[in-house]
Design a protein around this ligand. Structure first.
Ligand SMILES: NC(=O)c1ccc[n+]([C@@H]2O[C@H](COP(=O)([O-])OP(=O)(O)OC[C@H]3O[C@@H](n4cnc5c(N)ncnc54)[C@H](OP(=O)(O)O)[C@@H]3O)[C@@H](O)[C@H]2O)c1
Length: 342
């Protein structure tokens, strides 16, 4: 259970945050007090309204890594215990104050941001550089929806468009269509004019259709590798499809876009045979502010609305983590941080 701590007094140099000091189950996350961040001249102080508990938070908290990545995970997150004590890779909020040289934002602006591997969004306040991954919140999204724009959306944009070169008319298969990345990928690919097939379980078939998928495949009933279809892109977010398994389902110049894959794939060791026009792409996404701006544009145009699995009060973060741990969440698990109305 989370420890309940008295609210931090106004003007205090402390703030409430969800902290963890050891790897483990959801219960290692506690509501505690940490130093409130101070702002530099080119920085923005944000009152956090909402954040998410993502697969990245689950991995950093539990140290459960894909096969072969265990040692690297510990090295990255902290050998003897977590280096970054406050999780949270994305947020939405309201600008409270800006540094003297800031021109893009003013107090009162509604924003969303992606901190990625820097984490730190599970806190009442977050300071970010004006020129960081921080943009204005789309007017038509609530804070809870806007908090969930970035994690799935940036991965989908980077893999599909930047690395995959997805174009209008391409045929795309999304494995893990009901997850945070898959649900974003379906909507974004449809906005780009692709023909999209989503792979999900029976319970999520209607949901995935409602996100815009042209076709759905129930992985509990049907093996997509045996349906005779060929795809220009296969986006793999579940770690269940190697190149060898997907090869026959890729078109002549088809690309397997590996969001979650094996150690061999990450090292580039899983290669199509010489002379094959097919490719395996397993690079790390390089996210920049333009990605967030494009996600905001897509949201404002009604093309992308982050799928929300559940919304949890800040003080009940352990339940949010437990939901993510199931591996069955549908879209995004949101934490409500701020008290103002969403
Ligand atoms: N490469 C990178 O840079 C990068 C970036 C971000 C995330 N990731 C990784 O990408 C993975 C996916 O992230 P996420 O946030 O999208 O995950 P997620 O939201 O936790 O995915 C959960 C969803 O996956 C579905 N699923 C599970 N097994 C499936 C299968 N065999 N076929 C189809 N659907 C299946 C589940 O649906 P059912 O319950 O219906 O099965 C559930 O809806 C994570 O492991 C994360 O660590 C990698």
């Amino acid at each position: 259970m989370l420890q309940r701590i008295e609210a931090v007094a106004p003007g205090s140099t402390k703030m409430q945050a969800l902290v963890y000091h050891q790897y483990g189950a959801p219960s290692v996350v506690e509501l505690g007090q940490v130093a409130r961040p101070t702002m530099g001249r080119d920085e923005v102080l944000i009152r956090v309204m909402a954040s998410t508990v993502s697969a990245a938070d689950w991995r950093a908290r539990s140290l459960q890594m894909p096969p072969g990545f265990g040692f690297l995970g510990r090295l990255f997150f902290g050998v003897f215990g977590p280096r970054k004590k406050v999780l949270g890779t994305e947020l939405s909020g309201v600008v409270e104050a800006v540094g003297s040289s800031v021109s893009r934002f003013k107090p009162g602006d509604e924003v969303f941001a992606f901190t990625g591997a820097s984490y730190g969004c599970h806190s009442e306040w977050r300071v970010l550089p004006e020129n960081g991954l921080l943009v204005h919140k789309p007017h038509n999204l609530s804070f809870e929806q806007a908090a969930a724009l970035s994690f799935g959306g940036t991965a989908a944009l980077c893999f599909l468009r930047d690395m995959g070169g997805l174009e209008r008319g391409n045929k795309l298969l999304v494995i893990g269509a009901s997850g945070a990345i898959g649900s974003a990928a379906i909507q974004i690919a449809k906005a780009f004019g692709a023909e999209v097939t989503g792979v999900c379980s029976t319970t999520n078939l209607e949901l995935v259709r409602s996100l815009g998928a042209d076709h759905v495949i129930d992985y509990t009933q049907q093996d997509f590798t045996k349906n005779g279809e060929h795809y220009d892109h296969i986006l793999e977010t579940t770690g269940s499809a190697s190149f060898a398994r997907c090869e026959g389902s890729l078109s002549e110049h088809g690309k397997l876009l590996v969001v979650l894959g094996s150690f061999a794939q990450a090292l580039g060791l899983e290669r199509p045979p010489r002379g094959s026009g097919k490719r395996v792409i397993a690079s790390l996404p390089r996210v920049n502010r333009a990605h967030l701006e494009q996600l905001a544009e897509l949201a404002e145009a009604g093309h992308y609305r982050p799928l929300i699995d559940s919304v949890h009060p800040f003080a009940e973060a352990a339940l949010a983590h437990a939901r993510v741990d199931t591996g069955r969440k549908r879209g995004n698990v949101v934490l409500r941080v701020g008290s103002a109305r969403n």
